[in-house]
Design a binder for this molecule. Structure first.
Ligand code: CA
Length: 359
C-alpha cells in the first residue's frame, strides 16, 4: 500500500469514527401506534396486527416499532379512520366495511354480498387494479392501505328457527354486520346492530331471532350453539372478508425506502397468515360445534336467489348515485366475472371431487 492510499484509508476510517456517534442517534427507533378495531379475544383477527408489528420490528432490526392497541384503548373501535386521517395514530387495523356509512366504497375493501372470495380478492388487490383503485379512493382520508388478513367465506349464522324459504326472512330480527344489513332490509328482514359481547344474551332472550358472526373458530367462543342451534351456510354477504392495515400518508412518506418495503412485506405476511389460521382452525371447531348439537344447514336456493337479486339491484342503484363507488365497482365486477369463469373449471371441480372422495 503506498503512502497516498494509506492517507486515504486513514481518512475514511477517521470520517467513519467521527460519524459513528451521531449516526446512532439519527437511527433511533421510529415508534408508531396501531389502533385495532378488534378486541384481543378475536385472536385470529387481532393477531394479524401483532404478526405485522413483529415482522416490522424484526426485519428492521428495531428501527421501526409498532405498538398494537385493542379497540377502545386509544380510540373507539369505529373511530380508526378518523384517527389515521387526522394523524392521531400512525396506523390502524380494521375492516373497511365498518365505514360504509361514510361512503359505500369502503365496503368493497372488505366484502360486499356476492363479492369476491378470499383468493380472488387477494388477486384483485395484488395483481388486478384493486390496490390502485382503493388507494386513489383512500387519498382524501390520508390513508395508504395494505391488505391485512382474510377470514375466508364466513358462515351464514345462527337461527333460533329453521329458515325454510325466503318468506322466513320477512320480519327476521338479525344481528348482521354493516353493509349487508341493507340487503337484509330489502329482503324484509330487520338488521340489528349489537356489540359482540351482548349478542348471546339477545339471542337467548329472543330479542333477536338470529345472528351472524364469523365462522366456527370465532363463533364457538361465543357459544351461540347453546341458544340457536340452526347454523346456516354460506355467509353470502362475506364470501371472503378482508381486513386492512391503514397507514397515515405522512407517516408512511417519512419512512426510508427500506422501511417502506419492510412495512409492505410484513403486511403481506400477516395477510397470508390470518387466512392460514382460519383454514387450519375452523375444521376442528366445526366438529366440536356439531358434537355440541349445532345443526349445519344450507340456505334454501330461493333465499340465495332473493339475496342475490336485491344485492345486484343495490349495486345498480349505487352506480347511479355514487361516482366513487361506480369507478371501483366497475373494475371489481368485471374482475369477479372473469374469476368465476376461471374458478368454475379446475379449482371448483378439483375441490368438489376431493370433498366427495373418501379420505
Ligand atoms: Ca360476519
Amino acid at each position: 500500500m503506498d503512502r497516498r492510499s494509506l492517507i486515504k484509508h486513514a481518512g475514511i476510517a477517521g470520517v467513519l469514527a467521527a460519524g459513528a456517534a451521531p449516526a446512532v442517534h439519527a437511527q433511533a427507533a421510529i415508534r408508531w401506534r396501531l389502533a385495532s378495531s378488534f378486541p384481543k379475544a378475536l385472536d385470529t383477527i387481532y393477531g394479524a396486527a401483532e404478526v405485522f408489528a413483529k415482522g416490522v420490528k424484526d426485519m428492521s432490526g428495531g428501527k421501526l416499532e409498532i405498538s398494537v392497541h385493542p379497540g377502545g384503548e386509544l380510540m373507539p373501535a369505529f373511530g380508526v379512520v378518523d384517527g389515521v386521517q387526522q394523524g392521531t395514530v400512525e396506523c390502524a387495523h380494521t375492516a373497511p366495511y365498518y365505514f360504509h356509512g361514510k361512503d359505500e366504497t369502503f365496503a368493497i375493501g372488505t366484502a360486499i354480498p356476492f363479492g369476491l372470495n378470499s383468493r380472488q380478492l387477494t388477486a384483485w388487490f395484488y395483481d388486478g387494479n384493486g390496490m390502485k383503485l382503493m388507494r386513489e379512493f383512500y387519498k382524501e382520508y390520508n390513508i395508504v392501505n395494505f391488505p391485512g388478513g382474510n377470514t375466508g367465506a364466513q358462515m351464514g349464522g345462527w337461527y333460533r328457527k329453521e329458515i325454510k324459504s325466503k318468506d322466513d326472512i320477512k320480519g327476521l330480527k338479525m344481528r348482521i354486520g354493516g353493509f349487508a344489513g341493507r340487503v337484509l332490509t330489502m329482503m324484509g328482514g330487520v338488521p340489528q346492530n349489537i356489540p359482540g359481547g351482548e349478542i348471546y344474551q339477545a339471542l337467548e332472550k329472543g330479542t333477536i331471532d338470529a345472528t351472524e358472526w364469523v365462522g366456527p373458530y370465532d363463533d364457538e367462543k361465543l357459544g351461540f350453539q347453546k341458544v340457536a342451534k340452526n347454523y346456516y351456510y354460506p355467509g353470502w354477504w362475506e364470501g371472503g372478508a378482508q381486513l386492512d392495515f391503514y397507514i397515515n400518508q405522512k407517516a408512511f412518506d417519512a419512512l426510508t425506502p427500506e422501511l417502506k418495503a419492510i412495512v409492505e412485506s410484513a403486511a403481506s405476511y400477516a395477510h397470508t397468515e390470518m387466512q392460514a389460521r382460519y383454514d387450519a382452525r375452523n375444521p376442528a371447531a366445526l366438529k366440536r360445534l356439531v358434537a355440541g348439537g349445532a345443526k349445519v344447514l344450507p340456505f334454501p336456493k330461493d333465499v340465495m336467489d332473493e339475496a342475490f337479486k336485491h344485492s345486484m339491484a343495490l349495486y345498480d342503484e349505487l352506480n347511479t348515485k355514487n361516482p366513487k363507488w361506480k369507478k371501483v365497482y366497475e373494475d371489481y365486477s368485471s374482475f369477479r366475472k372473469d374469476q368465476n369463469l376461471w374458478f368454475r373449471f379446475t379449482e371448483a371441480q378439483f375441490d368438489r371431487y376431493m370433498q366427495s372422495a373418501k379420505l
